[in-house]
Ligand binder design. Sequence first.
Ligand code: PLP
Length: 229
Amino acid sequence: MGISEALEYIQEVIQRACLRSGRKPDEIRLMGVSKFQDIHAVEEAWRAGLRLFGESRVQEAQEKLAGFNRTHPGTELHFIGSLQRNKAKAAVSLFDCIQSVDRDALIDELGALTNRRDTPLRILLELHTAEETKTGFPDGDSVCRAAEKALSYPHLRPGGLMTIAPYTKDGGLIRDSFRALVSLRNKLETRFPSCDWSCLSMGMSNDFEIAIEEGSTLIRIGTALFGER
Ligand SMILES: *Cc1c(COP(=O)(O)O)cnc(C)c1O
């Protein structure tokens, strides 16, 4: 299956998951996770109509995609990996959104780096919900404190939450992870009502149907779109 067929197939699965759960397909953004894929694969996905891409390594994304949105208008690039301090500056200039903000020190770093920008940097706060991953704030309280910190920087704009569910066949465990994110989003909406918390980045190749049923607004798809890495 080529990339455009895979994209069509994923869109069908999204539609069916939406029908099952009483949602509208246009509430859900599809991100192509292009890490370890070459530029030709990204271009092919772009030609098939995809506009949102995610990368998890700053250097790889720089080499592959710097300037891509000039030649491919409408492209939006999000960072979804673990962001080291010494890569934050490059990340801030390359990415439209950092989805994987997972510690207070990183918020301070991004706040300082965006100090003199005229457009705000969008960020998502990552909640840790899976044993096997190491990234993400450990709990809701730490995310609430992080939200407060982020909102103290004029050019950081939190827009929601991100999580990586456990990698398992146990749908119940996956659902628990997504429900934790939804419940935290609801809490943030109450505590920080002037801010937009609507983005819920949850769902990958093996669990995006469940994520949609649970309220995801952005699914991050690598393998199902581009094939094995
Ligand atoms: C790699 C990656 C994905 C995509 O995973 P697939 O299982 O290939 O769809 C999504 N989100 C994050 C944070 C990733 O690192």
